[in-house]
Design a protein around this ligand. Structure first.
Ligand SMILES: Cc1cc2nc3c(=O)[nH]c(=O)nc-3n(C[C@H](O)[C@H](O)[C@H](O)COP(=O)(O)O)c2cc1C
Length: 411
C-alpha cells in the first residue's frame, strides 16, 4: 500500500459518478486525504453534500468562487496534491482536456497542474468509440495523461453493451497507487517480482548449417526486459538468436529452437509475470539431417516434412500451481489482427494478448516503433504508435497495476 497521499478528485457529469462515493471512502480508509472538484454537470448525479461529508472538505466547483488569499486559488489547487484523478471522465471533459480548455475549475486545474493525472473514462460505448473521442484519447496519452479503463460490459442504458464502463473501485485504487508509487520511486513498482520475457525468433534446424527462421529482431522483447528491470523486477530474458547488445542487470538465457525456449521457460519458473514476445516457430523439421544435405545434379529438391512445435504460451498459461499470476502473449498478425488476437486470448487462456500488425508495410519487424492493441477480458485498448521502449514501459506498468489490483482484491 502506498503511504498517505493528497488526492485531488475531479468528478465529471456521468452516470458513474455515484461510484466516486465508494472510491472516496476506500481511499480515505487507506490513509489518503481527498479533496473533490465537481463539474457543474456532476451535481446532477451526486450531491456536494455527500461528497463533502465523505471527503471532510468543502467541495469545489466554481473557478471564481475560490478565495486566493485565505484558501486555495486554482493554481494552488493544481499544485497542492500528489495526483489528480478524473473519475468519471466524461467524453466532454476528455475533449476539453485534449483541447487545452480552462473554462471551469476542473479544466483550469488540469491545465495548470504539473502533477500526475490519471483519468478513468465512463460513457456510452458509442461515445467512447466515436472518432472524436478516439482522437482526444490519443492526444491525451501523447500528452502523458494516464488512463485506467474503461471496462467493457453492460451499460446503464438498457440493452447496450461494449467498452465504456468506469472500472471498479479496487482497480481504480490500484491504478492510483501504481502511479503514486512510480512518482515516488521509479524503480519500485515491480520490486520483489520475477518477470520472464521471451524474445526474438527461433531457428529450427534443417541440417547442421541451414534453418527455418523469421524476421523478428527481438527489439520489443529486449525493451520489455529493460522496462521490467527498470521497475525493479528480477528479469529472466529468454532470447532466440538476435544481434542486440545484452541489457545489463537482466539474466539472459540464449536458446535456438522452440523446444529449447520452452525448456528454458519451464526452468525459470516460478514467476509473477511471463511475457511471451518471442516469434516462436510454429513448426520444425521433423527429422533434421545430421550432415549437410547435398545438392545432387538430377536429384529433386529435398521435401521438408514439418511437425508442430509445442505452443509455449498455451502450455504455460494453463491453470496450475506453476502458472505465473499474469501471462501475456503477443500476437503478430498480417491480417485481421484483432479477430485473431481475440481468438488467441481465449484458446491459449492468456490474461492479455498484445496484438500488432507485422505486415511488411507496417515496418514493425526490425523497426523502432510499434502500434499495439491490448486485448483482455475487459475488452480492447488500442494504443497510438510509439517507440518499442514506450510500449514496453506501458505494458510493464499496466502489468504492475494488475498485480497490485489482484493483491488489493485479495486483502
Ligand atoms: C442522464 C445522463 C447521463 C449521462 N452520462 C454520461 C456519461 O456516463 N458519460 C459522459 O461522458 N457523458 C454523460 N452525459 C453527458 C454529460 O453529462 C454532458 O456531456 C456534460 O456536459 C458533461 O459535463 P462535464 O464534462 O463538465 O462533467 C450524461 C448526460 C445525462 C443527461
Amino acid at each position: 500500500m502506498a503511504s498517505a497521499k493528497r488526492i485531488l478528485l475531479i468528478i465529471g457529469g456521468g452516470i458513474a459518478a455515484y461510484k466516486c462515493l465508494e472510491l472516496i471512502r476506500r481511499l480515505r480508509e487507506r490513509g489518503h486525504s481527498v479533496r473533490a472538484i465537481m463539474t457543474k454537470a456532476a451535481h446532477q448525479f451526486v450531491t456536494p453534500l455527500s461528497v463533502g461529508a465523505l471527503t471532510n472538505e468543502r467541495v469545489l466547483t466554481d473557478l471564481f468562487d475560490l478565495d486566493d488569499e485565505r484558501e486555495i486559488g486554482h493554481i494552488r489547487l493544481a499544485r497542492d496534491n500528489d495526483i489528480i484523478i478524473v473519475a468519471p471522465a466524461t467524453a466532454d471533459l476528455l475533449a476539453r482536456m485534449a483541447g487545452g480548455h480552462a473554462d471551469d475549475l476542473a479544466t483550469a486545474v488540469l491545465l495548470a497542474t504539473k502533477n500526475p493525472v490519471l483519468v478513468a473514462p465512463a460513457m456510452n460505448p458509442a461515445m467512447w468509440l466515436n472518432a472524436a473521442t478516439r482522437r482526444n484519447v490519443t492526444q491525451l496519452q501523447k500528452d502523458g495523461i494516464e488512463f485506467v479503463g474503461p471496462a467493457a460490459g453492460e451499460m446503464a442504458e438498457r440493452g447496450e453493451a461494449g467498452p465504456g464502463r468506469l472500472v471498479e473501485v479496487p482497480q481504480l485504487i490500484a491504478a492510483i497507487e501504481t502511479v503514486l508509487d512510480e512518482g515516488k520511486e521509479k524503480g519500485g513498482l515491480l520490486a520483489g517480482r520475477h518477470v520472464i520475457v521471451t524474445s526474438g525468433p527461433t531457428h529450427e534446424p534443417i541440417d547442421p548449417i541451414r534453418y527455418l527462421a523469421n524476421r523478428s529482431s527481438g527489439k520489443q522483447g529486449f525493451e520489455l526486459a529493460v522496462a521490467a528491470r527498470d521497475l525493479g523486477a528480477r528479469v529472466t530474458l529468454i532470447s532466440g538468436p538476435v544481434s542486440l547488445p545484452e541489457p545489463h542487470g537482466v539474466d539472459i538465457v540464449r536458446i535456438k529452437t522452440a523446444a529449447e525456449m520452452l525448456e528454458a521457460v519451464r526452468a525459470s519458473l516460478p514467476a509473477d509475470i511471463a511475457v511471451f514476445a518471442a516469434a516462436v516457430a510454429d513448426w520444425r523439421v521433423a527429422s533434421p539431417e545430421l550432415e549437410k544435405i547435398k545438392k545432387t545434379e538430377g536429384k529433386a529438391a529435398p521435401a521438408l516434412a514439418l511437425i508442430e512445435n509445442t505452443d509455449i504460451l498455451k502450455s504455460i498459461a494453463q491453470p496450475g500451481p506453476a502458472r505465473p499470476s499474469l501471462v501475456i502473449g503477443f500476437a503478430a498478425e498480417t491480417q485481421d489482427v484483432l479477430a485473431h488476437a481475440k481468438k488467441k486470448l481465449k484458446s491459449k487462456r492468456a490474461d492479455w494478448i498484445i496484438a500488432n500488425d507485422v505486415s511488411p508495410s507496417s515496418g514493425v519487424m526490425g523497426g523502432e516503433n510499434n502500434t499495439v492493441h491490448v486485448i483482455s477480458a475487459a475488452g480492447v485498448e488500442s494504443w497510438p504508435e510509439m517507440s518499442k521502449a514506450k510500449v514496453a514501459r506501458k505494458i510493464m506498468e499496466r502489468a504492475a497495476t494488475e498485480l497490485h489490483a489482484k493483491r488489493t482484491a485479495a486483502e
